[in-house]
Structures are given as C-alpha cells and as structure tokens.
Design a protein around this ligand. Structure first.
Ligand SMILES: Cc1ncc(COP(=O)(O)O)c(C=O)c1O
Length: 360
C-alpha cells in the first residue's frame, strides 16, 4: 500500500521539515477540511488518537460525572474507556446478532431501566465498517420520549463510507495505522456540522486554551503532527479505491463461502467499507478453526474475543446475551486493499477444508 506512494511521502517529509512547523499547522488544517468534505461534514478537528477524538467529543457536550453514555461491549475497549475518562458511567447495549451493530430493540429495553435516567449520549459504533442502524436507534429514542440524548458516531472502522459524517452532530475517527485510512503512527479526528462544538474541541485538544496564555477549561495535550497530516492527505486520495477493493474482497468471500455448513458469513450493507470481514463458527471449534487456518498460512484474528464488560473497569449491570455469544464465535479473515483474487480463493479453500475436517 505504501510502496507506490513513497516518492510522494518523501516530498511531504521534506516540505514539513523545511517549514519548521511540526504540529497544528497548514497540513493539519488542510487534512481537517479535506476529511470533512470527503465524509460529508463541515468542520474537522484532528487530535492525537481515535480514543481522544471520542473523549473530546464527549467533553464538548459537557458529559462528565453523574452522566451515563451507552455503547457496545462487543468492540474495542477504547470507546468504553473514553466514556469512563469523562467520569460518566458506561452502559452497554447488546448488538443485533446478524449485523453486530447496536440493536435498537435492546436500546429500547435499556431506556426503560432506572440507569437510563442519567443517559446523555449514545455512541453507536460502525463496527467492522458497517453502518449502524441509526434510523432504528432514533426511533427507539423517540418512542421513549428521549430527544435529549445526543448521538456520537464511532467511525474508527468506517472511513470513506459515503456521507457517514453527515448523520449526527459528532463523528469520531481513528488514524491507527491498520485503519481504512491509517497514519504512520497514532492520530484521530472529530467531524461535526456544529461550529461551536468544533471550536470547543479545538480548545480542549490544546490544553483548553482560548489564547496563547489563556486557559478557559481543563483540556488535554492531543495536538496533531504535521508529518502525519501530510501522509494522510496523500493516502486520502486513494481511500475510495482502497474501499472498493475491500468490497471486492468481501464479495469474493461471500460468493466462495455461501452455504458452507457451520459458518456464518456477515450480510452486506449499504456503504459497508469492510474494515474487517468477520465470520462466525461454533464456540466449541473456534480455537481449532483458528489454529487450522494459521497452520495453512492464513493470518486470522478475533475482533473481539473478550467483551468490554468482562474487563475490570467496565462491568455491566445488565445482561448482554448476544455479546456473550458473539465473543466466543468471531473470526476475522484476511482483508486488505489489493488482496488478490487468488489469495481470496486460497482463504476460501482453507476455510472449507478446516471446517470439513472439524465437522468430520
Ligand atoms: C471502534 C474503535 N473505536 C476507537 C478506537 C480507538 O482509536 P485509537 O487506537 O486511534 O485510539 C479504535 C481503534 O483503535 C476502534 O477500533
């Protein structure tokens, strides 16, 4: 992915080096504007990581101790962590068993529970690159009469899905290297259509500063590097192509793995950008399935084998049966832009061979 861009990267480092400006300079401002336009929002604010993006978005809504924020447990721990960092309580909603995104039916259940009185925001996660059911989530909130609850999207796995940042007040991204749009290190971004929120986040990411020596509130150091911005601007030009290549890989898997007994293949969805392609197998055979694929040279992962509510800082007061089941079953197949069709075929063949051995 990076090899064909190396001449562009060389020119970018030289230009940043000679500018003498190493963070929050013109490259960062240009990336913020370009990402906002690309994703369908008006304002962008870069920061140190996707985790910080979520934390800063929550802070911009004045969320803190005494409040509660709901998200998924079958995901990366950073979302729960960002809520906890504000001092708010983390509430978990079960996912839909098919899409694995937040289930509006379980959200509706939560809204009737006593803990929901403190609910200030929901962070749906566009998990694996698939868009959450925002229509359903909004309908659940409306049904419960909760138009006071804000929506923040965790789009850390969903860069480049058309119009993704136009749907809610705040959308948060990670530029972790393995993401669909990844830096050569850490980085994050908040997109919004709300100028006041953008201004507030701009202050909060830089020690809460309102001027060079003026501090309006307690912030953090979450500035953004010019070198990373320059790299990301080069990579952004290829994001649509790379996402289309991911979609092609997913189509190849879906065709090759249709009707394989003992395997659940994820359904396609509008705007799915396939950060990951996560299949499911029976819990009792998962370890052997993973070992069998690795023995055949197929690099697989598990996203995520431990639910956040089983991690010490984020216990859940409510049962999460779908999450409990998913974390025992998920397996991520290789997925990257430029993956060749013979590599997809080899993976499909290996999956079938390992499963038939295990089911024999
Ligand atoms: C869904 C999700 N949210 C948040 C994050 C946090 O991003 P970062 O690692 O940039 O802090 C990640 C990934 O790393 C993620 O996958």
């Amino acid at each position: 992915m990076h090899e064909p861009l190396s001449a562009d990267f060389d020119a970018a480092w030289k230009s940043v080096l000679s500018s003498g400006r190493f963070h929050l300079g013109p490259e960062t401002a240009a990336l913020e504007a370009e990402m906002a336009e690309h994703e369908g929002a008006q304002y962008g604010v870069c920061c140190g990581s996707g985790s910080d993006a979520l934390y800063l978005a929550l802070r911009s809504l004045d969320i803190g101790p005494g409040d509660a924020v709901a998200t998924l447990s079958n995901s990366f721990m950073a979302t729960a962590e960002s809520i906890a960092r504000t001092g708010a309580k983390v509430l978990f909603v079960d996912p839909d068993p098919t899409t694995r995104g937040m289930d509006p039916r379980d959200l509706r259940n939560l809204l009737d529970e006593p803990g929901a009185a403190a609910l200030k925001a929901i962070i749906p996660i566009h998990l694996y690159g698939r868009r959450s059911d925002l229509e359903g989530i909004r309908a659940a909130l409306a049904d419960a009469g909760r138009d006071d609850v804000d929506l923040i999207i965790d789009a850390a796995q969903c860069h480049g899905s058309p119009g993704v940042a136009s749907e809610t007040r705040l959308t948060c991204y990670s530029f972790y290297p393995a993401k669909n749009l990844g830096a050569l290190g850490d980085g994050g971004l908040v997109l919004t259509n709300d100028e006041a929120l953008a201004d507030r986040i701009r202050g909060l990411r830089n020690h809460g500063r309102a001027g060079k020596h003026e501090v309006g509130e307690v912030g953090i150091n979450s500035r953004f590097d010019e070198i990373q911005a320059a790299v990301l601007r080069i990579k952004l030009r290829h994001l649509r192509t790379w996402n289309a290549q991911r979609q092609q890989v997913a189509a190849g898997y879906r065709e090759g793995l249709a009707n394989v007994s003992g395997l659940t293949v994820p359904p396609d969805g509008a705007g799915h950008v396939y950060h990951l392609f996560v299949v499911e197998v029976g819990a009792s055979i998962r370890a052997a399935f993973v070992a069998g694929l690795k023995a055949r040279g197929i690099g697989v992962g598990q996203h995520y084998p431990v639910a956040c509510h089983h991690m010490a800082p984020y216990p859940s007061d409510r049962p999460l049966p779908v999450t409990e089941r998913l974390v025992t079953r998920v397996v991520s197949l290789p997925m990257f832009p430029g993956m060749r069709s013979d590599e997809v075929d080899a993976t499909v063949d290996a999956v079938k061979a390992v499963l038939s051995e295990l089911n024999a």
